[in-house]
Design a protein around this ligand. Structure first.
Ligand SMILES: Nc1ncnc2c1ncn2[C@@H]1O[C@H](COP(=O)(O)OP(=O)(O)OP(=O)(O)O)[C@@H](O)[C@H]1O
Length: 313
């Protein structure tokens, strides 16, 4: 449904997006991650048809977004980082207005507004003016305006930014609920959000895609992946473990527990248990680490120019 090919965007001498390509199909919730200034918003705006690329192509459902933005945008719901809301309108008045801008009138307009209000749980504040809304309800009003035309593609720029944990959960549940029939692409800094709702994650750094995989597969790249933490009693444990071919490093942590790291991500728990049996150690509290997305994010994006980059023009 979305196909981005070789997207580049320069702002003066600054190259914000540097050759980004990806394809996304129905049913995907794509998390778009990266450090501040990595190019997430710029990419999403190009996909949404609000910013022309310097070079490269975006197609949604086969429609070229830059050359046919009106037709492309009929398929896209876009929730920018900060949505311009008309503060003195009521929530339903605002949604009615946006529905009209989208070309709906009469009972069709009312039906669509009611549906968006219902989907985003806005009933309690539908008659309230926007300037009186809490951050969570403002965010949901922004989401509701992106849903009015029932688009197949939803582009959400930091949809849970600034929300409290309960509100975050509400928005995440809504995203999950809407995902099966659509493509949802969301940018976020919140890695737990990616684990909770995304079926795929693209990490962007200095305008380039540096990882593109499922969250579970990305976690296997973590230094912690398959590390084994355990308590053990016996003689010569650490030196013996150091001899095992798949073990790279051994650490002893504060409470006396041992952490063994695999050389290159292989499973080492069975090797440790076999060594324990052979050497008559008593091993308990054994825990195998499944890897951490924040580790991977840091490993991949911690470079001096991960966010900012200048180009010679
Ligand atoms: N309109 C603009 N004019 C000039 N530079 C811009 C403009 N928009 C973005 N940039 C620059 O492009 C780069 C990428 O910005 P972008 O907002 O896409 O990053 P981001 O990954 O969304 O960051 P954040 O996580 O902070 O929202 C940054 O260096 C930013 O300063």
């Amino acid at each position: 449904m979305i196909k981005a090919q070789g997207l580049v965007r320069d702002f003066g001498r600054r190259r914000a997006v540097d050759g980004v390509s990806f394809e996304v199909d129905k049913g995907t919730v794509l998390g778009f991650l990266g450090p501040n200034g990595a190019g997430k918003t710029t990419t999403i705006r190009m996909v949404a048809g609000f910013l022309p690329p310097t070079s490269g192509i975006v197609e949604v459902k086969g429609i070229n977004v830059a050359s046919d933005p009106v037709r492309a945008q009929k398929n896209i719901g876009y929730m920018p980082e900060t949505t311009p809301l008309y503060e003195d309108m009521t929530v339903s008045g605002f949604l009615r207005f946006i529905a009209e801008v989208r070309g709906f009138s009469g009972s069709e307009r009312e039906r669509r507004v009611d549906r968006a209000v219902e989907r985003c749980f806005l009933q309690p504040v539908a008659g309230q003016t926007i300037d009186t809304l809490s951050k969570g309800y403002r965010q949901r009003t922004c989401l509701a305006q992106a849903l009015l035309h029932d688009p197949d593609i939803l582009l959400l720029d930091e949809p849970t930014e600034g929300l409290d944990p309960n509100q975050k959960q509400v928005v995440r549940d809504m995203i999950r609920e809407m995902a099966s029939e659509r493509v949802i692409m969301l940018s976020t800094h919140v890695l737990e959000e990616v684990e909770a709702i995304c079926t795929r994650a693209i990490i962007i750094s200095a305008g380039k895609v540096v990882a593109d995989d499922t969250p579970a597969a990305l976690k296997t790249r973590s230094n912690q992946y398959n590390a084994v933490t355990f308590s053990a009693e016996g003689e010569g444990i650490v030196p013996a473990l150091e001899q095992l071919p798949n073990i790279g490093k051994i650490e002893t942590i504060d409470d006396g527990k041992i952490v063994a790291f695999p050389k290159s991500g292989e499973s080492i728990a069975a090797d440790i248990l076999a060594a324990a049996q052979q050497n008559h150690w008593t091993v308990s509290d054994i825990k195998v680490d499944e890897g951490r997305l924040d580790d991977v994010f840091r490993q991949i994006t911690t470079t001096e120019d991960a966010g900012e980059k200048e180009v010679a023009v």
